[in-house]
Every structure is written in structure tokens, then in C-alpha cells.
Design a protein around this ligand. Structure first.
Ligand code: GCU
Length: 665
């Protein structure tokens, strides 16, 4: 059935005009990874191209110089390929796909197949590619009971009950999909971790998964609960300076590495949202992170220590808390610690300015954490392609070392010459047949992987690759589908949180509008949620006159955000509290402009519905119908967002709607 299970690796026959000649595949070394690489080529070319190659058909040669005399004889310039990259080169009638490692070759095979699959010529190739980021990880927020925190694609893929004895074949499909986009690590369990995940039975389960993933180049990691020494170690404390606690973690690391020799390391959420951490003992994030780093370090492991720390009892602007806690520690973390920072300072909103920690800790490994699952973006039914959100953050200029100090350059380590680099994405994967909860959410998994490989890649080009691979190479499909995807995130911003508004979603579930904050006040939510709407106006003043969060950015950036003449209107109400009658650059008042944005978001979704209807001839009926039905849900909910937001804010503005705008029911 066309249910989306095949993701972007569909390998259906190409239209005749796009089909290259059949090719033979030269025999070569039979390592586990190279076997997979050859099988993938056979599967891909068999499906896409078909036909039997003849003795004088062109051929494909795969391998590493170390493992293949034929590859070695070509003396290829493989230096730039590094540990995981590849070179694809046409030499006479042979296409060589070579790497310094087997996994590099497998990545090269997937790149080659992508070229075939997207209908690009493969007759003369000369491509050198290497990942710019070392650790390209999915973070699964999967609980041991099978539920997934903020997961909208069914239950957890990991069948903890049947592991380690039964390894669901789906684990292979998962690993293969990740390898096809260069993802090389998976944190298996939720950051809100249970200590059980570190007990012997669960280590054995994780080891079984690691065994399946290994030939696909994917390492397994675990989220570690900081208080585990108490819960499963029989200790009275988890104080990171206590020798017994340090010994517990050392022994735990040794135990894990015995079962999983290439275990990646730990991810830790500490002293945030009620989770335990070193501060419970009067110690610091550095004490906690370095203790764990010392435990896994001798085995080559890393610790990803999250900077998403805030206390809801803290009345200060929540946007300032992560920077406030971490910036002073720059230079104090071990080399195998990576501080994992969310893209923005609040929480995966439809739009946030980049997190001020990027660029602010040059002597610390800083990793990016994006959310792939759409917690604040309509869950699985809303069609929102996240490529532009990721790209906007990565292209933001921190000015940390003058112009051009982009977030991408912090993340890929080039700005500060760092090599322990990381991009993590909170996975949107579950047991649904289509993996991600919707057909189009697969694109978010896909673009995340491609950007982790190259944070400077164009997310429009990536959308085009994805659309061609997933649906059709017909330009009459690709062009409108990509255009629709590229505008979809801005549409969600428009109907949910226009002009810099944020955190207007229903409380705790985060689905649908809830700017009125039901369920009582919270210190960090201040007077009226983050919109701070009142008779006098709307918006969060983060200038020097307000919370002064702007001061956490480099002076040029702080200045630009602070000044109404230079701040991008997309971020206006993130940084400023303004009267309802404030004049936008368009000449509209702020109130009229807000209403216009909400309505624009709704019309965009309407437009997506029409575009998608027109694309029916290019898509199988099953997937077409599901997308169409979801777009109808999104259309209704965009309207709900618009109407609810306008009705609520109008109680403060007291102003009429601009001409032509329908009043909320
Ligand atoms: C958000 C999300 C939580 C999650 C947290 C985190 O607040 O709603 O479910 O635990 O982020 O990233 O730790």
C-alpha cells in the first residue's frame, strides 16, 4: 500500500526520459557496511532503472583504498573526504564511489542514488562531500513505557518488552533511513529520563539496538537521570563531588561500554523543569557535566549537557535564564562535553530569534538542538516544512567575531576552531506506518539530516530533492509542491504567533490557541502570558527599559533588536511592547497589522488546499487523500487560531477590525 512507509527511499521506476543506462556493480570487500551499500545500490537501481546490464554496460565500483585494491589503484584524492565523507567520480566507463571508511562509501551510495532518483544525470560525476558536523543525532523523547513525549506519530519504535531477544526488522529500516541522510547517532530515551534506562536489562536492550544500527554508522546514546546513583545505585546522594557518586558513574560507564563498545555517551537534562541536577547539592553544571565526562571519556564517549534550564518559579524573563546560567562557565567544561542549546531561548516556538548563547561561549563546544516533532506547530496534521525555520536560525549572524559569525559557523565549529560539533533534532518518529505522523512531516526528518551534514545547505533545494524522491520528479508537481512547503512555516507563524508573539498555545498540551492562560499564573509567565497584552498595547519589552534580554547579544545585534527603526518586524513583539496604534512599516496600525497577519495565515492554508487538489494527478490516491484531509483540519484550525486570538486581543485593543475582515464568531 502507498502509506508512506518507504519514506524518500521509494525507488519506483523513473520516467523513461530520466532513466540512466543499467549498470553493473563490481564485486568488492564484504564487510557488513559494504554489503549493505551494494545491496542498496542493487535495490535502488533495480527499482528506479530496471533492465539487465550487459557486459559492456558502465559499472560502479565501491570501496575504500584500504579494502579494495581496485579503488587503491586509482589513487583518488580522498583526503577531503575525512572519516565519513566520500568521493563519487566517473573514471572512463566506471563510476567510483569511494571513501576512507565503509560508512563513507555507504553515504556516497545514498548520494548517488539520490541523483538517479531525482532525475539528475549520472554520466559524468565528480563530487566530494564530507559532513561539516561530527555528531548528527536524533534525540528520541521516548519513554520506557512506550509513550513518546511530544510525539505525534504513534508509540515508540523501541519495543522494550521484546528487546533484546526480538529485534523488530523495522529497526533496520529506521537505521537505513537515517544513514541515507547522514544521521550517525540516536539518543534512545527521553531527556526526562528514568534511571531504569541505565539498569542491566535496559543496557542489554540498548546493546541489541546498537548491534542493528552499527553497520549503518549509527551510535546509540542514552539520556541519563542525574539522580540515578540514588535510584539504582543505592547511594544517599548524587552529589557530583562525592567519591562514591563518581565511582558509581565510572562503573556504570564501564558496564555500558562492555555491552556497547561504541556507545556514544550521555544526554542530560539537569536542574530544569523539576529534573534533578548538581544544583540540588550546591554544585554547578560544570561539576555535573565534567563528572559524567570523566566517566565516559576513557571510552571515547561524550556528554551532551542541555542548556535548556529554567525554573518556573523564577520571575525573571525566562528567555534570559539559559545564558545567565551557562555563559559564566565558558572554558570550564571538559573537551568531551558539548553544551546542547535549543535554537531559541524560549522553547521551539514557530519563530524565535537565535539563542544568545551561540557565539557567546567560544571556549566551549556548543551544539544545536532543533525540534523536528512539531510540538508548537500543529502536531502531525498541520503541514509545516521546518527547513526555513532551521535555515533562518543557522544563517543568523551572531557578530561574535564580527560580521559573518553565523550560528552555522558556531555549530560546525569553524568560528572558534572546535571539533566536537553537534546538531541534534528531537525526533518525530513513531510506530505509525508513515513514521512521522504525516507524509509531509517526513520532510522535516529529511531536512534535519541534510542540514546536520551541511548547515549551510539550501533548504529549498533539499525540499525539492525530498519532493522528487517522495512523490514525483515531474516539474509540474515539484515546483508548486516546493513553493507550498517553503511558505508553510511563515503561514503557521502568521496564524499562530505573528510579529514576534510567542507561547500563545494552549497550556501544557501546546495545541491550538490559549493566549488567555488558563490554569493560573506562573512566575515566569508574568502578567498575561508572553504577549503581555493590555489596554496600553502588546509585546514583551526585552530592551534595556524592560527585561534587557537584548544585552545578552553582541552589541551590534543588541542594538539592532532594541531600535524600532532596525528590528525586523518579524521579531517586533518579541523585543518590544507597543501601543495598539503603533505604525508598522506598511503604514498599518499594529492592531490592523496583527489581524492582517492572522488572516494571511488562514488564506495561505486555503491556498495549500487548492494547490494540493491540483496535484492529484501526480500522487497516489492513498497519500493524496491523507494530505488533503489533514490540510482541511489545518484550514479549520488556522481559522480557530485567528478568530480566538483576535477576539481575545480585541478585549484589550478595543479597536474595530480593519475593513474587509470578518469578525470572529
Ligand atoms: C518543552 C517540552 C517538554 C520537554 C522540554 C525539554 O518544554 O514541552 O515536554 O521536556 O521542552 O526540552 O526538556
Amino acid at each position: 500500500a502507498e502509506d508512506g512507509y518507504d519514506l524518500w527511499l521509494r525507488y519506483r521506476p523513473l520516467p523513461a526520459a530520466q532513466r540512466p543506462e543499467p549498470r553493473t556493480i563490481a564485486p568488492g570487500a564484504d564487510t557488513p557496511t559494504l554489503k549493505i551499500a551494494r545491496a542498496e545500490l542493487q535495490r535502488g537501481l533495480g527499482g528506479l532503472v530496471g533492465g539487465a546490464p550487459s557486459p559492456d554496460s558502465p559499472s560502479i565500483l565501491l570501496g575504500t583504498p584500504a579494502g579494495s585494491p581496485a579503488v587503491a589503484a586509482l589513487n583518488l584524492p580522498l583526503k577531503g573526504a575525512g572519516d565519513e565523507g566520500y568521493l563519487i567520480r566517473t573514471v572512463g566507463k566506471t563510476t567510483v564511489i569511494a571513501g576512507n571508511s565503509d560508512i563513507g562509501v555507504l553515504y556516497g551510495v545514498f548520494h548517488y542514488l539520490r541523483l538517479v532518483q531525482t532525475g539528475q544525470g549520472v554520466d559524468t560525476l565528480d563530487i566530494l562531500s564530507a559532513p561539516k558536523v561530527k555528531h548528527r543525532l536524533l534525540n528520541h523523547w521516548d519513554n520506557l513505557n512506550g509513550s513518546v513525549e511530544r510525539g505525534y506519530a504513534g508509540a515508540s519504535l523501541w519495543d522494550w518488552w521484546k528487546l533484546p531477544d526480538y529485534k523488530d526488522p523495522r529497526y533496520v529500516d529506521y537505521a537505513r533511513a537515517n544513514a541515507s541522510i547522514g544521521i550517525n547517532g540516536a539518543v534512545l530515551n527521553n531527556v526526562n529520563a528514568k534511571a531504569d534506562s541505565l539498569t542491566a536489562p535496559y543496557i542489554a536492550k540498548a546493546a541489541a539496538l546498537a548491534e542493528v544500527f552499527r553497520p549503518y554508522g549509527i551510535k546509540v546514546y542514552l539520556s541519563a537521570r542525574f539522580s540515578a546513583p540514588i535510584e539504582i545505585g543505592g547511594l544517599k546522594t548524587a552529589d557530583p563531588l562525592d567519591p562514591a557518586v563518581r565511582a558509581f558513574w565510572k562503573a556504570k560507564a564501564d558496564e555500558i561500554y562492555k555491552a556497547i563498545p561504541d556507545f556514544g555517551g550521555f544526554l542530560v537534562k539537569a536542574n530544569s523543569e523539576g529534573q534533578p541536577g548538581p544544583q540540588d547539592y550546591g554544585r554547578t553544571h560544570v561539576d555535573g557535566a565534567n563528572m559524567l565526562a570523566d566517566a565516559v571519556g576513557p571510552h571515547g564517549g561524550i556528554v551532551m549537557w542541555r542548556a535548556f534550564v529554567y525554573s518556573h518559579e523564577q520571575p525573571d524573563d525566562r528567555a534570559k535564564q539559559g545564558y545567565g546560567e551557562f555563559k559564566p562557565f565558558d572554558g570550564q567544561f571538559r573537551d568531551n562535553v558539548i553544551v546542547q542549546v535549543k535554537n531559541g531561548a524560549i522553547d521551539f516556538q514557530p519563530r524565535e530569534p537565535f539563542h544568545p548563547l551561540f557565539g557567546a561561549m567560544p571556549k566551549t563546544n556548543l551544539g544545536m538542538e532543533f525540534q523536528i516533532t512539531k510540538e508548537y506547530l500543529g502536531f502531525a496534521t498541520h503541514l509545516v516544512y521546518l527547513g526555513p525555520l532551521y535555515e533562518e536560525t543557522l544563517k543568523s549572524d551572531t557578530y561574535a567575531k564580527g560580521q559573518g559569525s553565523t550560528v552555522a559557523k558556531v555549530v560546525d565549529g569553524t568560528l572558534d576552531g572546535r571539533s566536537q560539533t553537534l546538531m541534534a533534532g528531537v525526533a518525530n518518529i513513531g510506530r505509525d506506518r508513515n513514521w512521522s505522523g504525516s507524509q509531509f512531516d517526513q520532510a522535516n526528518w529529511y531536512v534535519f539530516g541534510r542540514l546536520a551534514w551541511d548547515p549551510e545547505a539550501s533548504t529549498k533545494d533539499i525540499a525539492a530533492d525530498w519532493a522528487r524522491m517522495t512523490f514525483s520528479t515531474d516539474p509540474r508537481f515539484v515546483q508548486p509542491a516546493v513553493a507550498m512547503m517553503m511558505g508553510s512555516r511563515e503561514a503557521a507563524v502568521d496564524y499562530m504567533t505573528p510579529l514576534g508573539l510567542h507561547h500563545q498555545m494552549g497550556r501544557s498540551h501546546h495545541y491550538g490557541p490559549g493566549p488567555w492562560v488558563s490554569g493560573g499564573e506562573r512566575a515566569d509567565w508574568t502578567s498575561v502570558y508572553y504577549a503581555k497584552a493590555g489596554k496600553d498595547g502588546i509585546g514583551f519589552d526585552r530592551t534595556a527599559a524592560g527585561s534587557n534580554a537584548v544585552a545578552q547579544y553582541a552589541p551590534v545585534v543588541a542594538q539592532r533588536f532594541s531600535d524600532l527603526k532596525t528590528v525586523d518586524e518579524k521579531d517586533l513583539l518579541w523585543f518590544h511592547h507597543l501601543p495598539w496604534t503603533y505604525r508598522l512599516r506598511s503604514g498599518q496600525t499594529l492592531w490592523d497589522g496583527l489581524v492582517t497577519h492572522y488572516s494571511r495565515g488562514v488564506s495561505y492554508v486555503d491556498g495549500m488546499g487548492r494547490t494540493w487538489a491540483d496535484l492529484a494527478p501526480y500522487v497516489d490516491p492513498e497519500r493524496h487523500a491523507q494530505v488533503a484531509d489533514f490540510l482541511a483540519i489545518q484550514r479549520n484550525e488556522a481559522q480557530w487560531w485567528r478568530d480566538a486570538s483576535i477576539a481575545y486581543f480585541q478585549t484589550f485593543s478595543g479597536l474595530p477590525l480593519p475593513a474587509g475582515e470578518a469578525a470572529p464568531p
